[in-house]
Write a protein that binds this ligand. Structure first.
Ligand code: FAD
Length: 548
């Protein structure tokens, strides 16, 4: 029987990111996925700024920023009655090129190492796969399906089958990770339950939706206004949203189905008509694929762990795509889980550390699914007036009212530093209990704080060097100059435990004042773990889950 340390079931964003996190730490992991390769359809379209910071940490944020739309293509959000008819309003957002420049001098809520990037998941997955496969300890097998598994106190045995082989094989692993998406066999086998809201009906973005992926070079010819990244229609019979995938004519189009429209009766021809209704004119286009999906979910698994089996990504939480949070939450799950599993396998922490994964990531999933739900309510329950397309005074008035509402909505849904940077792990069993504070959670505003449990406050050390670039891949100890306590005990103890701790001495007094302590310990996932003026009271056992 083949054996490995970690069996990851699913090579979507969560599974591949986890594979990289483990591979960079030389942990042996096998990834299996029943699909022939990474995603064919675009799926998620937005990579949030925090996810880009994680990609920067792994060294490929720039490579991702080159993908998707051309560098100078605007990432505006534009609302129309129909794409080739009246534009109702527009929220302007920078091109990839501008975003990368602006982030170097941004202040306030957008003090960050990376700006968000609008790129389809299918492009991101290819990069993740490449970096996973570059790790010597990782193997990835497609067309390979998990059939079932059993766990004991010491290991998990899983049965899987390659599409071309006639009989199943078995693999033994120390841990099995369900990265197997919304229908997760792993979650169902553990008898974990998704709890929350399912398919909540709305005028739009609730209930039965239909995705059509297509090529349409003529689109840019029929629209009367400048290109946008995300296009929305607002009319009585064909509400839709559509993301530009490559800026050249490939689009991901999604529409709400009416009571009368049956998914199984949608042919290529009918799919084309759905798109044409949203455009308002019939234009030459090529359908690439189409399929149904359901909006209106805001659900989180009642638990993320059972013994040696853990779940993350869509297997653990289901989103309505408003706000673009599903894939980004999945990536952050992987960053949180990666170092913890690695520490357990390397013997640096007890298995209890894994309990903190459920604690920290379940509360983030509950928070993020609720933000997505509120955005879906805001856009989906705003109903077009009967006159919205009339070419008379009433029509002009209604279009103005709608435009104002929609642009106001866009500012809330598409400018979300508070959501992307502000996830906190307060109350986690691996955080100090004596350094806590009241922190307001606000989708559109983010205030950096050095209180343990959140993203380490970001600063630029020089024009293009982020403080994050100086953090170690695992643990970091920041000592602010003048050094009053060299923290020898923390450093010695890290060596005794075989922990990888980078010492970072910082001169900058503005940063010191902000962090408000002489010594700061940063976790491998760039979360503030602990701070103090002297090393007294610091305890590796707490941070490593040995006290749980
Ligand atoms: C229309 C739409 C738009 C979206 N837009 C956004 C957005 O803008 N931003 C955002 O963050 N999110 C968005 N999402 C959500 C995003 O696509 C998902 O949250 C993301 O793919 C989750 O990643 P994952 O790795 O957890 O799961 P998945 O990507 O679903 O990957 C799971 C993998 O597991 C494999 N698998 C399943 N069962 C087995 C088995 N038994 N054996 C082996 N392999 C198996 C599957 O083949 C699949 O490859 C959108 C989703 C939709 C539908």
């Amino acid at each position: 029987m083949k054996s490995t340390d970690v069996l990851i079931v699913g090579a979507g964003p969560f599974g591949l990111m986890l594979a990289i996190e483990l591979g960079r730490r030389n942990i042996k992991a096998s990834v299996i996925d029943k699909k022939p390769t990474t995603a064919f359809n675009p799926q998620a379209n937005a990579t949030q700024a925090r996810t880009m910071e994680y990609f920067r940490r792994l060294g490929f944020a720039e490579e991702i920023r080159e993908l998707g739309l051309p560098r100078e293509y605007p990432t505006d959000i534009a609302y129309y009655t129909r794409f080739a008819m009246d534009e109702l309003g527009r929220f302007e957002l920078p091109s990839a090129s501008d975003a990368a420049k602006r982030i170097l001098s941004n202040s306030g809520s957008w003090t960050a190492a990376e700006a968000p990037h609008r790129v389809s998941q299918k492009f991101v997955e290819r990069v993740l796969l490449k970096y996973a496969q570059q790790c010597a300890s990782i193997d990835v097998s497609f067309s390979t399906e998990l059939l079932e598994f059993e766990q004991s106190n010491d290991f998990v045995v899983a049965s899987y089958k390659h599409q071309k082989s006639s009989s199943p094989k078995q693999i033994k692993a120390k841990f099995l990770i369900g990265a197997d998406g919304a229908q997760s066999l792993v979650r169902r086998s553990l008898k974990k339950k998704l709890e929350g809201e399912f398919g909540k009906k709305r005028h739009f973005m609730g209930g039965r939706m239909y995705a059509v992926y297509l090529r349409c070079e003529d689109f840019y010819r029929v629209t009367k206004t400048k290109p946008a990244w995300m296009h929305w229609t607002f009319n009585q019979n064909r509400r839709a949203f559509m993301a530009a995938v490559d800026g050249l004519g490939e689009f991901a189009f999604h529409t709400q189905l009416s009571e009368q429209e049956q998914e199984d009766q949608i042919t290529d021809d009918k799919a084309k008509r759905l798109f044409w209704e949203a455009v308002g004119v019939e234009i030459e286009c090529q359908i690439l694929s189409h399929m149904p999906w359901t909006a209106g979910h805001a659900a989180v698994s009642n638990s993320f762990i059972e013994g040696r089996v853990l779940i993350g990504g869509d297997a653990a939480h289901l989103f309505t795509p408003t706000g673009g949070l599903g894939y980004n939450t999945a990536v952050e799950d992987a960053v949180n889980l990666g170092w913890k599993i690695a520490h357990v396998i390397e013997g640096q922490a007890s298995e209890n550390l894994l309990q903190s994964y459920e604690h920290e990531r379940r509360q983030t999933a509950l928070r993020n699914t609720q933000y997505a739900r509120k955005f879906a309510d805001s856009i989906g329950n705003f109903i077009p007036h009967d006159d919205i397309e009339s070419q008379n005074k009433a029509g002009i008035e209604q279009r103005e009212i709608a435009g104002q509402y929609l642009v106001d909505h866009a500012k809330k849904e598409f400018n979300i530093p508070g959501i992307t940077f502000g996830a906190r792990y307060d109350g986690s069993p691996i955080l100090p209990k004596n350094d806590v504070g009241e922190i307001t959670d606000n989708a559109n505003e983010y205030k950096q704080t050095p209180i343990p449990g959140g993203r380490a406050p970001h600063f630029w050390l020089s024009e293009t060097k982020s403080i994050y670039d100086e953090f170690g891949f695992n643990w970091t100890l920041i000592r602010f100059r003048p050094i009053s306590d060299s923290a020898d005990t923390i450093i010695e103890e890290s060596k005794n435990r075989g922990l990888d701790l980078k010492i970072l001495n910082i001169e900058n007094q503005k940063i010191k004042k902000f962090y408000d302590a002489n010594l700061i310990v940063i976790r491998p996932d760039q979360i503030v773990a602990w701070r103090g003026n002297t090393s007294e009271g610091f305890d590796w056992d707490l941070l490593l889950g040995n006290l749980i």
